[in-house]
Design a protein around this ligand. Sequence first.
Ligand code: PMP
Length: 395
Amino acid sequence: MSRLIAGLEARIAELDAQHLRRRLRVAESPCAPHVQVDGRAMLAFCSNDYLGLAAHPRIVAALQEGAALHGAGSGASHLISGHARAHAALEERLAAFMAPQIDDGRALYFSTGYMANLAILGALGGAEVELFSEELNHASLIDGARLSRAQVRVYGHGDHAQLAGLLQASTAAGKLVVTDGVFSMDGDLAPLKELLTLCERYDAWLVVDDAHGFGVLGAQGRGVLELLGLRSPNLIYMGTLGKAAGVSGAFVAAHASVIEWLVQRARAYIYTTASPPAVAHALLTSLDIIAGEEGAARRAHLQQLIAQWRDGLRLTRWQPIASDTAIQPLVIGDNGEALRVAAALYEQGLWVPAIRPPTVPAGTARLRVTLSAAHTADDVSRLLTAVHQLEKAGS
Ligand code: PMP
């Protein structure tokens, strides 16, 4: 065996020994709570399909219609020839939808949220910029911060007082505060009202990654900004379209000048092929649903399930993290125990992922339960019963 391959295999074996090796499972039916996985019928609590739109018949039909209208691929990056009517229509629609939260706003569509974050931080960074990053930010923001060439300062989870001190002390020409809106592994919210007040006081941008809030939070589904009633020219909002919106991609909504700067300078926007226009076409239907009565009804049902889950928990050893969102983690602590519990649930046909370091801090391995409007109250009861039995059996 080559020495290079042997070296990698030794490192993979080390991951295995630390219970940190991840495994791919193959889903053989469309994303839904009741799903076929590797030939088995499972009840899933792991997708980010919070409104249950990923297999919605109207969106599936719109995707097919989009392919018939626009073909399969865009053929080029946006600035060359790949920017199709469907992309432009989606951006206009998103800008109008987000208008109550963003002054003189415009929206820009990206193939993924990961790329949108790289684009924002890459384009607004620079050696003269200081970037203030919340400690539990998503990996894509961390990678974006690295790409930005800015001085990065990390502040504690939710610690706006610490951030205030850092901003006050900063003499940088440009300041960027960067945070998840809903923390992806904890489910809690950033204190955005306080962060925005600070950003306005110290002339800093506030970049909010609302991957887990867009479509879910707020009466109309405009996300965490709507929920908290925030609006400001300092806001740069990133929402993803592959989670609650049920399809794929992401968008940035911000002042029109910010968006123009991204078009001119964001390498993660410029140097990549535009996603299939059919996807943008399907997203127009998805936005209709999110903004309409059906979206409101799905959000209300999801809230009921979240309340049922939280009210039903009676754990003694495992720690639920305080969260009112669809992300409901149970901290188990030890990597091996988290894996064993997830495996025992899987044996019972319940698919809940064990999240381990480096995705979460060492010693906080957890089950990450995600609820969806496509679940029923019976689905949630079934998981509650199983979790309680397993906790009791292990103590
Ligand atoms: N930000 C957060 C907080 C996320 O959880 C994710 C996806 N896991 C992303 C960004 C990346 O979005 P996408 O999956 O569209 O690349």
